[in-house]
Design a protein. Structure first.
Length: 395
């Protein structure tokens, strides 16, 4: 068995179950870059995320887990969890063999926590859980909340929460592990590199050269609230909307179909543009006049909110969860009540018809660069890793 590293750069075994590129995975891609000389990322399925990690020259191992493990969702009950147990223990054993060569395990998701926690217990390695979720009724069944809290209390040495809202929800649900808040850090350079000619070309390509343009970015899912923007758009007769994102999971497909149906019912087919997954998000955001975030349930953080601010566009976000920590209402963006198309339409109408919106976008960009920078995030994570290793894994 290898002994823990005494060098300044810790050996970290990052663990994430997903092969998809979601917000948590984009976060881990940024974090793992700083440790790629000494560390490794383990995934439980192959996919675009594994490709992105390899493109970034981050050592990556895919431990293909059983379908019963991969398919467990936040909303599943006891039967699904029991079906996953045999495959879970097989994956734990394979991960434990890798963990012996590292100083600690860094679980990036709830499912990864249970596997990494057991592997850490098996090998005597400390486990850090990066909490990207609000452990509330809005997002989890009671059983899955219990499983997350039990896993954290049983196995985690430290929890890194992505917002104060996430930390408070964790503690309210029964979390007893020492917790630090480290905000996501997002690289501003892709937004700074967008040229006016690229924006003009993109607008021409989409056929929206001379119209007010509203952007909504994120997975098509009911709790993300794309339907709220569609309803609001019916009160904004000249505005167009870009919906950027796909329905990633089985339960999201029906919602995506309902969005298309509602757009047709409202006669908005020529003003709502479903773009699916896109790799040119910085250019798309810069091409918009306003960026909206419409989640009907509180977000644990809100990566797209910060991205919209980095694009120097005024951002309108739902007044709940992590958004309250990102935006100062009326100064660095705007906040509206959740599930309120009328309030959203009123705010959008004001922003689309006032020159003050430009200043709001600039103020938002300044805050995003200062508070949500990769440097600030890395400093926070470095501090937690150093503390955990220096304490030999003890809380």
């Amino acid at each position: 068995m290898s002994s823990p590293s005494t060098s300044s750069k810790p050996r970290v075994l990052f663990v994430d179950q997903s092969g998809r590129l979601g917000g948590a995975e984009l976060y881990l891609l940024d974090v793992a870059r700083a440790y790629r000389d000494t560390s490794r990322v383990v995934l439980f399925e192959d996919g675009p995320f594994a490709g992105a990690l390899r493109d970034a020259q981050i050592p990556t191992t895919v431990l293909e887990s059983a379908a019963a493990v991969r398919n467990v969702r936040k909303q599943d009950g006891l039967r699904a969890l029991l079906r996953a147990l045999p495959g879970l223990f097989q994956t734990v054993a394979r991960l434990a063999r890798l963990a012996r060569d590292y100083d600690l395990l860094f679980a990036n998701t709830q499912k990864a926590l249970l596997v990494a926690g057991l592997a850490g217990w098996w090998t005597g390695r400390p486990v850090i859980w990066n909490l990207h979720d609000l452990l509330t009724d809005d997002h989890f069944t009671r059983l899955n909340r219990w499983a997350a809290i039990w896993g954290a209390n049983a196995f985690a040495t430290h929890v890194i929460a992505n917002s104060e809202a996430s930390r408070q929800a964790f503690e309210a649900a029964g979390g007893r592990v020492p917790t630090s808040v480290v905000y996501n850090g997002i690289d501003p350079s892709p937004f700074e590199a967008v040229s006016s000619s690229a924006v003009a070309a993109l607008r021409a390509e989409l056929g929206v050269e001379d119209v007010p343009l509203i952007g909504l970015f994120g997975r098509l899912a009911e709790w993300k609230g794309q339907h709220v923007l569609i309803e609001a758009l019916s009160s904004l007769p000249t505005a167009h909307a870009l919906l950027v994102g796909d329905a990633l999971f089985d339960g999201d497909q029906a919602y995506a179909r309902s969005l298309h149906q509602r757009v047709a019912e409202l006669g908005l087919a020529d003003r709502v543009h479903f773009l699916g997954f896109r790799a040119d998000v910085p250019t798309l955001m810069t091409a918009c006049d306003v960026i909206v975030h419409t989640s009907v349930a509180p977000e644990p953080f809100g990566r797209v909110i910060v991205e919209g601010m980095l694009a120097a566009r005024p951002v309108v976000a739902t007044k709940a969860g992590g958004a309250l920590e990102i935006i100062t209402d009326g100064r660095t963006g705007c906040l509206v009540p959740p599930s309120d198309p009328a309030a959203l339409a009123n705010t959008l109408s004001s922003l689309l018809h006032t020159p003050d919106a430009t200043e709001l976008g600039r103020a938002g960009r300044a805050r995003a660069r200062r508070v949500f920078s990769p440097e600030a995030m890395q400093s926070g994570i470095d501090a937690v890793l150093s503390r955990v290793i220096s304490n030999n894994g003890q809380p």
